[in-house]
Design a protein. Sequence first.
Length: 299
Amino acid sequence: MTLTDWLPNAFIAGVPKAGTSSLHRWIADHPDALGSRDKEACFFVDRDSHVYNAGANFEDGFAAYRNQFQLPGATRPTVILESTPTYVYQRTAIEQIPDLPTRPRCVFIVREPSEQIRSVFNYYKNNWAAIPANVEFEDFLTTVRNGTAAFGGNELAEHALVNARYVDRLRIWRDRLGADRMRVVTFDELRANPVALTGRVAEWLGLDPGFYDDYRFPSENETYNPRSRFLQEINVAVREHLPKGATYTALRSVYRRLNTSKARASDASDRTMQALKEEYADANSALASEFDLDLSRWR
């Protein structure tokens, strides 16, 4: 079997906490699509990334990556999809993905920066315990601005403010992919009109958008609040060593029912959030202009 028989021809490559898990599930559920075994295979991440997995990285060869894609039959699906939102920031991904023999297309979802930064903060504080429990949002912003952040080597938390200048990274991807092989969409439309957004992305990837007319659009990878921080830290330490599959999914469901509750947005003053909005005004204006986006809701 050659690489072109199974390598992805589509990636959701960014950005974190903008609905990438949900869109991955929705596209992968299409009868003519196949999603990777792990939504975030993290195969094309840099060695210094907190999600680097020795032995399952591009530098180790394609054998481990092949295990992510269990073809249903002899015929290759129209779309084979992998979705690691950190790819948008990874040197390895930018260097390697555009030149894959499958000539993949890449989708990027962007979210209003102040809300995305706060969601990154909540996620890595609550779901992953990378940010200490006693750190509040304003403290987090100050630490990141001072360059003194060391959240367990989690570069997404440590560089949250720089990363929210999406246009800087997307320009690099456009230079490598070409405008015809990338699409930038918004989290706003994903939430407000998932049928239209998913149908448009599916059609661009070569799938029949009619599948989504009566699709149920389940949510994926939502941020939560742990009831017990101690149990959550044990959960984080153990879960990465468990094999993925039905048993893993069942255990995760039980744990979340027992020790998690619906996420509450971190406390942040209106002044703090408005200041963040204003900080990204110029970058957002460039993003809207260069990638033909309606970002009027971001003001």
